[in-house]
Design a protein around this ligand. Sequence first.
Ligand code: DLL
Length: 439
Amino acid sequence: MNTTTGNKFWEEKIETISKEDLRELQLQRLKKTIATAANSPFYKQVFEENGISPDILQTVDDIRKLPFTTKAHLRDNYPFGLVSGDLKDAVRLHSSSGTTGNPTVIVHSQHDLSSWANLVARCLYMVGLRNTDVFQNSSGYGMFTGGLGFQYGAERLGALTVPAAAGNSKRQIKFITDFKTTTLHAIPSYAIRLAEVFQEEGIDPHDTSLTTLVIGAEPHTDEQRKKIEKMLGVKAYNSFGMSEMNGPGVAFECTEQNGMHFWEDCFLVEIIDPETGEPMPEGEIGELVLTTLDREMMPLIRYRTRDLTRIIPGECPCGRTHLRIDRIKGRSDDMFIIKGVNIFPMQIEKILVRFAELGSNYLITLDTKDYQDTIIVEVELSDLSTDNYIELENIRKEITRQLKDEILVTPKLKLVKKGSLPQSEGKAVRVRDLRGDKA
Ligand code: DLL
């Protein structure tokens, strides 16, 4: 670990490890993970049924001999059926906010929390955070891992850490100004909201000490990132994680801003065809499947994330050897089908972001009318839009045309007043599917 300001790496040796050494390290850790997992009631049964023991692994690719773990397994074995360690050594529990049924629960030991904090420190160091910086976290604290996850990581790095927590934008801005915050963590939809409040308060964010933004936890397009960077006068780095894999600190962009490095010493990455479960050809989009390699209380093996992405081929000029994944295209369960066409919300966002007359808050509603699927896109206007009805109508037609080109069906587009769509405190809700309600 590195606390000096001159070095480019938090842990140079591990971040620049050769591919051969990395594979060897992964193999050793994978064997250990399987041996540990066998102590949980769930994996004990799975391994017995499938005749699995650590010595079936000759190479890392032999992981394919093991079955997948899914969210349903976590729910069905709620709360502790996948816990492999002794609960007396467990020190923290996070749970997801599942809307139906049991939530998913992840339990951590002291070792797990320390490993997690180190990974988050590694990410933050990579984008330039140092112990002389002030790091402000606008995530919700509590069960959502963006709060405590970043808190302990930034503290491990040695930055002065401000646990501002979610909401209260005026107070966030006061903290940024008074404490000279240099790096802010925010979910992308909130970063936009904050930029708007800066404007309302008559403060130019470019005049503050803020230089770096860490954004993640929800899908966003590269266009959205650029817009946020411009509005707040910062460099914004994409951060990927999920509670089942600790939380944040799983994959993170470096200063090249071209894909997120996946920390392969702690996670084994597979990209599979979500239909067949077979590996996708190199560089192609598929479902991300992850195995923890450094977790002792609750290891997960071949966990199906439902997130769709691809591995970016080639080496990164930053010198880190850990693979890079592309921006998350969506979740396989986010995709909706309208008139037989598969659509991801990000395809719609990509078009909306092109228009300066539009704000960033939008809502897609799927409904049925006369036995036909309909798609309604409501989007807030920005301060740059006009009041002139004819001009607005022309803009509406142009956006509708571009949306049709992208998603192949014609949506009903409604331009609505700024601030009129619901603004969530946590992750933005972009799609409302009312089709099932009428059945
Ligand atoms: O969102 C952990 C986190 C907190 C990540 C703070 C980054 C920053 P969950 O609430 O379990 O955990 O949600 C995980 O969010 O499977 C993805 O679908 C989505 N997601 C997370 N990061 C990104 C990202 C946290 N950078 C789920 N881009 C994941 C797109 C993301 N989607």
